[in-house]
Design a protein around this ligand. Structure first.
Ligand SMILES: *Cc1c(COP(=O)(O)O)cnc(C)c1O
Length: 374
């Protein structure tokens, strides 16, 4: 016999998932209906409109991939890239590296712009890459690199890519609904995000959106998309079109949760939400610095919602992180790759972005015998 499911009540301050609003959890317990039930079709239409509103786009091809953020990444790349296409992929952390891996699997010629982790890609970097790869099908980069806490400026790079005739593809998994993001205004052609970061919904869905320029590229494909599940020419009739056709069975309960989380975002207002993340970040920053933590990323490129910090000297990060989790029920993230064992990634995302969360973390550290202030 197995015990009844009984998890600890955690405070989620890592790189995702973040704490979910009780309204979102309650929405998930709504009774199931069929995924082709007219009522569910209405729910899908509402979700699509709310995703357009939160991406700040009018893109018709906007929908939700029934799988996590990485599947949104793969959806963009497998649909836009054909074997032999040139693609520029910017890598300044884990997720840029993942995009390059997928683009190579698509058979594209991948030109990498590799930057030191914790820094961002500059327009000069892109100009240099365009000299070597003057006609890219696309340039892809990560808006908010969750492995390092860096926020990538997009506007200038967008102009450079478009002048070269390429498409701009953006990973907005961690930036969406946490920091300023304007898909149409910034000329983003393909974008994907996830539900478990600043949206504060459960993990497992990936809202995506494609511009008309990107749709043209899809229509001009010469080869079939190598993934059946992610092929937009098939999925698009499920999330839109005059007649809904069965493609797969949508994760009904997760879509309920997504709908409720989007409703909460729109009630608060996107601009207010961006501002809240900035304000709470400022408080967290001054308290962490007073304890001796040091930021990895330079101030102008620092993400407010994902704080990458070095611990004060003489602390065993693994020990303190596990005590935080096991004795104080607070989760913070450890470092990845080159920063494993060296930094913490403190997330204040969505519902986890409150002064209360900041105070709980700081008090726990002050209370813990093993933690040594810097
Ligand atoms: C979390 C994250 C992903 C991957 O999302 P999953 O839901 O874990 O697949 C991709 N890109 C960035 C920047 C992320 O933070």
């Amino acid at each position: 016999m197995y015990n009844e499911l009984n998890t600890s009540t955690r405070i989620l301050m890592g790189p995702g998932p973040s704490d979910a609003h009780p309204r979102v959890l309650k929405a998930m317990s709504t009774p199931l209906i069929g995924h082709l039930d007219p009522e569910f079709v209405t729910i899908m239409d509402e979700v699509k409109t709310m995703v357009q509103d939160t991406f700040i786009t009018k893109n018709h091809l906007t929908f939700v991939v029934s799988a996590p953020g990485s599947a949104g990444m793969e959806t963009c790349l497998v649909n836009l890239l054909e074997p032999g296409d040139d693609a520029i992929i910017c890598i300044n952390g884990v997720f840029g590296g993942r995009m390059a891996d997928i683009a190579e699997r698509c058979g594209a010629n991948v030109y990498k712009i590799e930057k030191e982790w914790g820094t961002v890609v500059t327009p000069e970097d892109v100009k240099k890459a365009l000299e070597k790869c003057p006609k890219p099908k696309l340039l892809a980069l990560v808006h908010a690199e969750t492995s390092t806490g860096a926020l990538q400026p997009l506007k200038e790079i967008s102009d450079l890519v478009h002048n070269a005739g390429g498409l701009l593809m953006v990973d907005a998994v961690t930036s969406y609904c946490g920091v300023e993001l304007k898909v149409d205004e910034w000329g983003v052609d393909a974008i994907y995000t996830g539900t478990q970061k600043c949206l504060s919904a459960p993990p497992g869905l990936s809202p995506v959106s494609f511009s008309d320029r990107a749709v043209k590229a899809l229509e001009n494909r010469k080869t079939k998309v190598q993934s059946w599940f992610l092929d937009l020419s098939l999925v698009k009739n499920y999330w839109g079109g005059a007649k809904r056709a069965y493609h797969h069975t949508a994760p009904v309960s997760s879509v309920y949760a997504l709908r409720e989380s989007l409703r909460i975002v729109l009630e608060e207002g996107l601009e207010n939400r961006w501002k809240r993340h900035q304000e709470v970040h400022q408080v967290l920053k001054s308290k962490l610095e007073a304890l001796g933590f040091k930021y990895l990323v330079e101030e102008p490129y620092r993400l407010p919602n994902l704080n990458s910090v070095f611990l004060p000297e003489g602390n065993d990060e693994g020990l303190i992180r596990s005590k935080l989790l096991n004795e104080y029920n607070i989760e913070v993230g450890g470092g990845l790759g080159a920063f494993a064992g060296k930094i913490w990634r403190v997330g204040i995302m969505g519902e986890s972005c409150t002064l209360n969360h900041v105070n709980m973390l700081v008090s726990a550290l002050e209370d813990m015998k093993e933690f040594k202030k810097g």
